[in-house]
Design a binder for this molecule. Structure first.
Ligand code: SPV
Ligand code: MG
Length: 518
């Protein structure tokens, strides 16, 4: 079956054919030139290389006249063997050739000269299985059966693995006459482009070894491309075009994109793709009353945009594009275009740790875990991303300055050393206690709901979530409980002190604060 580039070669292979005809007419036409050796043989070789790379079935190349004399033929054959091409067909005409369907009485090559070319080709092949098919153009040039037979026998004797007998009449009479007189003297290939009405079975019975459907992928694609181009030009709309074209997904599949994605996972350093953010946004936010009747807290409007969109924008500004949101309550409302989502469908009866566990497979490389109801200045994210350590929390040292008239729950945290304002860095600080039972007077700060995990940190978190699931504590656990378990296991939980410039939205009054914050 004909193919003329890597894509059409793949389609021939996927259709189940066991061989490809790299048609000179089709390759030329696909390059926008005529079938008159207008494309150089090395340009053809480049196309063949793509076809060979794209497929595993044998490719028989239409080598025209061999691109010159015996010497050119030798070099072509060596190059084809290097590229894993299975064989070449050369025709006994003169360079530059003309397509067999154009004009009459095309001059033929001298028979002995052509035999020398066949011999030179056979002597040059570096792959023992490489085949040379000698194409006899005597019928095409009006010479008749006798000359066709004379040449076919001579070419076979010169070493051709098969002969191709070409005919351009509308019946198979010339071919059938040849087959009878040839008497199985060697493999015969035919090209029934003009005499296509003859059933293939008749060719089989006559002893034909191979039939070439020589140009039908090219002609099919010309019609398809023409129709779609004309329709689009006319309609200026894709509405009636979509159903006639394959999906982009199909194109990716043909190109083998799955293999590339798999290889990227194997070979690319994960940090190259940048950190990911996992945002926990499964809860309703019942304290917000009717505001969260139809949407979760993260989708509440704050100055014209959902809270979550503000949060995503901050992550984007900080260079994080890969954002996974764990949804739960009224999950369909969480539909921003640039996010991936996973769902905690039992959010009503579970807590933050269970919500995080829903994103387990996304906790792979470096990532940020964030509550879905917070707003913070970009520099806080930058500080956290720059911090060393496998698990690092952003902790507000000025927590006492934050109003707490309504006695909201806070994630208070005790640290290895208190915040020191002033000229010097704080040095490495780690968490020594966290959670609701921590007395206020031993707290050094408030965790703002933002945490960085390295690849190792992410693995530790995944392992802890698994063990919590196994011992039955996952369902009701908070993230602070998860942190404390990790600490008790000996995991260092680092702390980056920040000084305000963040807020969370817990109740209606916070919305006014959020407006100001923005
Ligand atoms: C080709 O496909 O380029 C051929 C066959 O050589 S034909 O066009 O029939 O000559
Ligand atoms: Mg050709």
């Amino acid at each position: 079956m004909e193919a003329h580039d890597g894509l059409s070669a793949k389609i021939v292979e996927e259709s189940g054919f066991n061989g490809i005809w790299a048609s000179g007419l089709s390759m030329s036409a696909a390059m926008g030139v005529r079938d008159n050796n207008e494309a150089s043989w090395t340009q053809v070789l480049e196309v063949l290389e793509f076809m060979s790379d794209a497929t595993d079935i044998p490719i028989l190349v239409d080598g025209d006249t061999g691109y010159g004399n015996f010497n050119n033929m030798r070099r072509v054959v060596r190059k084809l063997c290097q590229r894993g091409i299975a064989g070449i067909c050369i025709e006994d005409k003169l360079f530059p050739k003309t397509n067999s369907f154009i004009g009459e009485n095309q001059p033929l090559a001298d028979m002995d000269e052509f035999c020398g070319k066949i011999k030179a080709g056979k002597d040059s092949q570096t792959d023992p299985d490489f085949s040379i098919v000698a194409r006899v153009e005597a019928f095409i040039s009006g010479w008749g059966l006798e000359e066709t037979l004379r040449r076919a026998h001579a070419y076979r004797e010169a070493g051709a693995d098969a002969v191709l007998i070409h005919s351009k009449i509308r019946s198979a009479d010339e071919i059938m006459a040849f087959m009878e007189a040839w008497n199985n003297a060697g493999p015969v290939v035919i090209v029934p482009t003009t005499y296509y009405a003859t059933p293939t079975e008749e060719f089989r019975r006559a002893g034909v070894s191979a039939v070439i459907w020589a140009n039908h992928n090219l002609r099919a694609s010309i019609r398809a491309m023409r129709e779609v181009s004309r329709q689009l030009q006319r309609d200026e709309s894709l509405v009636d075009v979509e159903k006639f074209v394959v999906s982009v997904r199909d194109v990716f599949e043909l190109a083998g994109n799955d293999e590339l994605a798999e290889a990227e996972r194997r070979y690319l350093p994960t940090t190259l793709s940048g950190p990911r953010a996992v945002i926990l946004a499964a809860s309703r936010g019942i304290e917000l009353g009717t505001l969260t009747e139809n949407r979760p807290k993260c989708m509440i409007d704050v100055r014209g945009q959902p809270l979550l969109q503000r949060l995503v924008a901050t992550f984007n500004e900080g260079g994080i594009r890969d954002i996974v949101v764990v949804r739960g309550y009224r999950k369909k409302m969480v539909n921003l275009p640039s996010i991936k989502t996973v769902d905690n469908d039992i959010h009503a009866t579970t807590g933050e740790a269970a919500t995080l566990a829903c994103a387990n497979e996304h906790l792979q490389a470096e990532c940020i875990v964030s509550y879905g109801d917070i707003l913070f200045r970009l520099h806080i994210l930058d500080q956290l991303l720059a911090a060393k350590g496998d698990i690092v929390l952003a902790v507000d040292a000025l927590w006492q300055e934050r109003g707490n008239d309504n006695g909201r729950a806070r994630d208070l945290i005790a640290c290895s050393s208190p915040f020191r304002s002033g000229y010097h860095d704080n040095g490495p600080v780690s968490m020594v206690g966290i959670g609701p039972t921590l007395p206020e007077d031993s707290a050094d700060g408030e965790w703002i709901g933002l945490m960085k995990l390295s690849a190792d940190g992410a693995e530790a978190v995944r392992a802890e979530l698994t063990s919590m699931s196994e011992d039955g504590s996952l369902g009701s656990a908070s993230l602070t409980a998860l942190m404390d378990r990790l600490r008790l296991r000996g995991q260092t939980i680092g702390v980056v002190y920040i000084t305000g410039r963040w807020m969370d939205v817990d109740e209606v009054a916070d919305l006014a604060e959020a407006q100001k914050f923005l």
